[in-house]
Design a protein. Structure first.
Length: 202
């Protein structure tokens, strides 16, 4: 089975910065956030797929400029199968070898995906929660209280550590290090995490 690549982290932790840089690397595409597994939520945990699966698939493809969606009626009905189908369509559209899915909160679901015999690689961003708190005050969404953000930070670290115990390949990047030398981390993710030895920055 193909690899699945994810960029995750608490919102406002630098996921957009690193995804923007990786999107400039040849043969790599980071599409718009899908919120795919986040959207499925409880339905995904029960291995059930909502009846409006085609609506979700349509939205994801259209968000990425793909309008050739007539064949969705024959798409897989299970969550993982449909996700791979969408990944394949987006990779083909952008003529990419590697697709990295950047939806910050997807780290919460990767453990369950891992039980489905999928090879997963994760780049997880962490940032001082005090700075996350200050940054969250500037946007009209997400948890805004200091207590909630501190708890979210603690939980995210625990989840990533648990994923490592499940042999999920996780590369943790500190926001504070990323902004000092972003090019270094773009290359590190490309060469060592993706195994894309021939990639290069545009």
């Amino acid at each position: 089975m193909d690899n699945l690549y994810f960029i995750t982290g608490m919102p406002r932790s630098g996921t957009t910065i690193i995804s923007s840089g990786l999107n400039k690397i040849s043969r790599v595409v980071v599409p718009k956030e899908t919120h795919y597994f986040e959207y499925l939520g409880t339905s995904f945990r029960k291995q059930l797929f909502p009846s409006n699966r085609l609506g979700l698939a349509n939205r994801i493809l259209l968000d990425n400029g793909i309008r050739e969606i007539d064949d969705l009626d024959s798409a897989p009905v299970d969550a993982i199968g449909l996700y791979f189908d969408l990944v394949g369509k987006i990779k083909k559209h952008f003529d990419a070898e590697f697709l990295i899915e950047k939806t910050p909160n997807h780290y919460k679901y990767i453990g369950e995906i891992n039980f489905r015999n999928v090879n997963i690689k994760v780049v997880h961003l962490i940032r001082d929660p005090r700075d996350v708190y200050l940054s969250r005050q500037k946007v009209p969404w997400g948890k805004r209280s200091a207590y909630a953000i501190a708890d979210e930070f603690r939980r995210s670290i625990a989840i990533i550590e648990d994923l490592k115990k499940q042999d999920v390949e996780c590369m943790v990047v500190k926001y504070e290090d990323l902004i000092v030398d972003p090019r270094r981390y773009f290359k590190a993710v490309s060469y060592t995490h993706l195994r894309a030895h021939e990639t290069s920055l545009h």
